[in-house]
Write a new protein. Structure first.
Length: 149
């Protein structure tokens, strides 16, 4: 792509970003062509552009707002690929959720097994089975994805 460029104009791979450049006589303000970031530098460039758009308080129902929304999806995609967040430990999640809801081991007696067996599972001495995961999912509303990880 050949552009006649005046003023401050920076080219980062497939992204064009400027502070009021003049391209072939056409005045543009903060023009950005969206692309899928494939490197840390490209990712950082898109993040910087998004920060500037937030500072401008772009309204979501405008063309700029829709472009910002697409940029946020591209950022999330990059972060999911290069900075994945691991799922929490299933047993620790069960313990935390039980504490939050005020549920005790004895509340699962009869549904899962004896109080001692439940204690063994929660202390990782016995494995968490698929049947137990189903019960904890239903009773504690923990996503199955977490319990089966």
């Amino acid at each position: 792509m050949n552009f006649k460029v005046e003023n401050e104009f920076f080219i980062y791979a497939d992204i064009f970003f400027s502070k009021k450049p003049i391209i072939k006589g056409f005045q543009m303000e903060n023009f950005m062509e969206l692309f899928v970031p494939k490197s840390e530098g490209e990712y950082q460039t898109v993040l910087d552009w998004v920060d500037e758009q937030f500072d401008k308080k772009i309204h979501p129902n405008t063309p700029e707002g829709k472009k910002l929304e697409v940029a946020l999806v591209l950022i999330k995609n990059y972060e999911d690929q290069f900075y994945p967040i691991p799922l929490p430990d299933p047993i620790e999640t069960i313990k935390l959720r039980m504490k939050e809801l005020g549920i005790k081991n004895q509340d699962f007696v009869g549904k899962i097994g004896s109080k001692g067996y439940i204690s063994s599972v929660l202390n990782k001495r016995k494995p968490l089975t698929l049947e137990m995961a189903k019960i904890f999912h239903k009773e504690l509303r923990i996503p199955a994805e977490v319990l089966l990880s």
